[in-house]
Design a protein around this ligand. Structure first.
Ligand code: 4NP
Length: 153
């Protein structure tokens, strides 16, 4: 799960998907990262992302922001960008390792082919974080529906 700062959107996506995966006992490893490697690396998620997650019994307080790296394409089967600008950043960072078959915009899982962005709540207020939570939650349900029955390779 990739966004810009790895403190607002993608930590929610990591926490939400991870909590669903754990409940179902799926053997998936979920992680998140940011394409900007100097804003917030090493920080915990934004206080409002933490709050909104906690209201849904999802604890993201132990997450720590890290930079997205080209090698993430070696480590992960599927990499979701929160928005189109992030997908562009991912291509620039990953260079030859960029694999379009592994990537998608997260909201394309709910609205296929529409290339919609998860809006960045960074300059917003608490209701924006709730909206973002709901979108990501629905998209994560779709991911589970789509891949949850696949046997590990
Ligand atoms: P995120 O949000 O990409 O969802 O983590 C942002 C976090 C920080 C900044 C921008 C967006 N920033 O400009 O520091």
């Amino acid at each position: 799960m990739v966004c810009l700062g790895n403190i607002c959107r993608s930590p929610l996506a990591e926490g939400i998907l991870n909590s669903k995966v754990k409940k179902l006992g799926l053997p998936w490893q979920i992680d998140s990262a940011g394409t900007n490697n100097n804003y917030h690396v090493g920080e915990a998620p934004h206080a409002l992302s933490q709050k909104v997650a906690r209201l849904h019994s999802v604890d993201i307080s132990q997450q720590c922001a890290r930079a997205f790296v080209a090698e993430d394409f070696d480590r992960f089967d599927k990499i979701y960008a929160m928005s189109g600008d992030i997908l562009v950043d991912m291509k620039k960072i990953a260079k030859k390792k960029f694999n379009p078959e592994k990537t998608n915009l997260l909201l394309n899982e709910i609205y296929p082919g529409q290339n919609l962005d998860v809006p960045d709540p960074w300059y917003g207020e608490e209701p924006d974080y709730h909206d973002v939570y709901e979108m990501i939650d629905k998209a994560c349900d779709k991911i589970i529906e789509k891949y949850g029955d696949l046997k590990p390779a």
